[in-house]
Design a protein around this ligand. Structure first.
Ligand code: PMP
Length: 353
């Protein structure tokens, strides 16, 4: 029934998320979810929020959550924008801050949703190649045609982090254009750019509750920046959805931010498991990029990425494989529990035998 489609719908090339299949005993290491549960305080707050107040709309400004995030980051509520997952925040960012006469720049290997939003909103972009070691080279972004920059730090799917002094250098080189840092994975070992906001009116930092806070199913993301950037996002949001976050999401997110000790402990567990998984995969003949995220990006000396992903899936172990230039040999493997790592390693031993 494509004849009913608009020209816009026909022209789209949508993003494909990692699959969420229902397979008994599945070892799910394909979408960078947290293997540990969310904070028990967050769960209790969400249960409490599920009362008859749900018949009322939530606060359209999510002020209590923005206040909690502002306290957490040493900022003001005017520095905080929240949305339905950082994917929604990023979509608004493309409209509000990244669409200009001059072109948007992002790395050739990065979050594959960026070109999709660019397509949806008609944002002209160019990619800038990562170096041979898959690192972002700040000086390569010095292009006259640059109208805005977005990159993920740590990058996805490589897991490689850019040190904060390099981010500062990038911001200084591009003080006249918006620079957006997608910090979905920063809690697992990156250095956040949030402290640079006060000195850099062109900087927007985007964060999520989906990874380090184990709330992917709740859909909460946010952005931090100077009030003028936040105002631009709010304008777009108020042309799209007045109430992107429900009452349950706002309550759960607030309680999660306020439970710092639980958060710190679960991040420590995942980072320790990442180091153990990395060592085991190296023993199996993989080269593993240095990860500051809750996943690793690895390629095997002899076996192809596509074949390994398929063979693992046949053994009920799901990892992510991208059929894209420069990275088709790699697997992106989310850090799970120790038991899940053991199952992954056993399956790989079986396949590579
Ligand atoms: N940014 C990056 C780099 C990601 O990998 C993801 C997860 N797919 C997101 C943003 C979006 O996460 P969410 O919408 O769950 O906040």
């Amino acid at each position: 029934m494509m004849e009913f489609w608009s020209a816009t719908a026909r022209a789209l090339s949508p993003y494909t998320p990692g699959e969420q299949p229902r397979i008994e005993g599945l070892v799910k290491l394909n979408t960078n979810e947290c293997p540990l549960p969310p904070s028990p305080h967050a769960l209790a707050a969400m249960r409490d929020a599920a009362t008859d107040a749900l018949r009322l709309y939530p606060d359209p400004e999510s002020l209590a959550l923005r206040e909690a995030l502002a306290r957490h980051h040493g900022l003001k509520p005017e520095n905080v924008f929240v949305g339905n997952g950082s994917d929604e925040v990023l979509a608004h960012v493309f409209v509000a801050l990244l669409k200009h006469e001059r072109t948007l720049l992002f790395p050739d290997v990065t979050y594959s949703f960026y070109p999709v939003w660019a397509g949806l909103y008609g944002v002209d972009y160019q990619t800038v190649a990562l170096d041979e070691a898959m690192r972002l080279r700040v000086d390569d972004y010095r292009r006259n045609e640059a109208g805005a920059i977005i990159f993920a730090n740590p990058n996805a799917p490589t897991g490689i982090a850019l040190p904060r002094d390099e981010v500062t250098r990038l911001l200084e080189q591009h003080a006249d254009i918006p620079v957006v840092v997608d910090e979905a994975y920063v809690d697992f070992g990156g250095e956040t750019a949030a402290p640079l906001i006060a000195a850099h009116p062109n900087l927007l930092v985007v964060r999520t509750f989906s990874k380090s806070r184990a709330l992917a199913g709740l859909r909460v993301g946010y952005a931090l920046g100077q009030p003028s950037l936040i105002d631009a996002l709010t304008r777009v949001k108020n042309c799209f959805n007045s109430y992107p976050l429900g009452r349950i999401a706002q309550a759960g997110a607030i309680a999660s931010v306020e439970d710092d000790s639980y958060f710190q402990a679960s991040v420590r567990t995942i980072v320790a498991e990442r180091e153990r998984m990395t060592a085991q995969l190296r023993e199996l003949g993989f080269s593993v990029l240095p990860s500051s995220a809750n996943f690793i990006f690895a390629r095997h000396a002899t076996a192809s990425g596509a074949e390994l992903a398929k063979a693992l899936r046949d053994r009920a172990v799901l990892v992510r494989h991208f059929n894209a230039p420069r990275i088709e040999d790699y697997l992106r493997i989310t850090i799970g529990t120790a038991e899940q790592t053991d199952k992954l390693v056993a399956a790989l031993q079986n396949i590579l035998r």
